[in-house]
Design a protein around this ligand. Structure first.
Ligand code: ADP
Ligand code: MG
Length: 265
């Protein structure tokens, strides 16, 4: 008499941090692509109206392409919002600026925090991992992502005020756990644009490690110019330059990520 949740064999991960420019999109795209390369079936969900993960995997969202906004507003079946990408086994629900309307339209609706969870329910059995790229805010789009997710992955830069921003995010996660999603947990913190020659980097990294312990990924992502170039070509780092340190770092992260899945189960 098992219930459906017990039999669930896929995982939804929200990539979140209310700070912009910390590497959420870069991480969402390249973790998704690396998982796909390792044979997992992956759905990337672009939940940022800026649409950077969509363009980053080469999907341009013109007016006619069904996207996440249509799924939220129920003007389109969610199955029809899924696009394929040039990476085998990697699909995407793209977004564009229309998605900003969701934050306004949802305010009126009952159970507004559960909309994305309900949208994903019917499609999630078809994937091993669903990765949600969140916008740089803690508004309804991010709350919906955290409410649908099993876990949250937090990319961050080792900057002076990093810990303050992190405290705010951790509070939001705590509040979502309490109110909407009691099983939500932190998948891990990922240090991005890591500069090991910088003293401040080591100070901040040390502080994060002290507080978050094993939740901090051992893998760090260095600053790498190839990573910043690849989105403008609509390519993942593996299609753009698979030999770059950026590609190697994201592959290493993915290996560490998958290893952790085994120890958790
Ligand atoms: P977010 O989604 O959190 O706003 P992005 O992933 O879009 O952050 O990254 C912000 C900018 O930094 C983008 O221009 C991106 O290409 C660049 N970037 C991200 N990670 C790296 C990295 N490891 N090395 C160099 N540039 C990076
Ligand atoms: Mg982004």
């Amino acid at each position: 008499n098992k219930n459906l949740d017990d039999m669930k064999n896929n995982k939804i991960i929200a990539v979140a941090n209310q700070k912009g420019g910390v590497g959420k999109t870069t991480t969402a795209i390249n973790l998704s692509a690396a998982l796909a390369q390792k044979g997992k079936k992956v759905l990337l969900i672009d939940s940022d109206p800026q649409g950077n993960s969509s363009s980053g995997v080469g999907v341009s969202v013109d007016k006619s392409l069904p996207n996440l906004y249509h799924a939220y507003s129920e003007s389109c079946n969610v199955y029809n919002t899924i696009s394929s990408t040039s990476t085998k086994k990697l699909s995407i629900i793209p977004s564009n600026i229309d998605l900003v309307a969701v934050e306004i339209e949802l305010i009126e609706l009952p159970e507004r925090e559960y909309r994305l969870k309900r949208i994903l329910k019917t499609i999630q059995p078809g994937f091993d991992f669903l990765i949600i790229d969140c916008p740089p805010s803690l508004g309804l789009l991010t709350i919906n992502a955290l409410t649908s997710a099993d876990s949250v992955l937090i990319p961050m830069q080792c900057e002076y005020f990093a810990m303050e921003g992190l405290a705010q995010l951790v509070n939001t996660i705590r509040s979502v756990k309490k109110n909407f999603n009691k099983d939500l947990f932190i998948e891990g913190l990922l240090l991005t644009m890591f500069d090991k020659r910088n003293n401040l980097t080591h100070q901040v990294a040390g502080e994060i490690k002290k507080y978050f312990k094993d939740q901090l990924f051992k893998t760090t992502i260095p600053r790498n110019v190839r990573l910043s170039e690849s989105p403008s070509h609509g390519k993942t780092i593996f299609d753009y330059d698979s030999k770059s340190t950026g590609a190697k770092s994201y592959m290493q992260l993915t290996t560490e990520f998958l290893k952790r899945q085994r120890t958790f189960k």
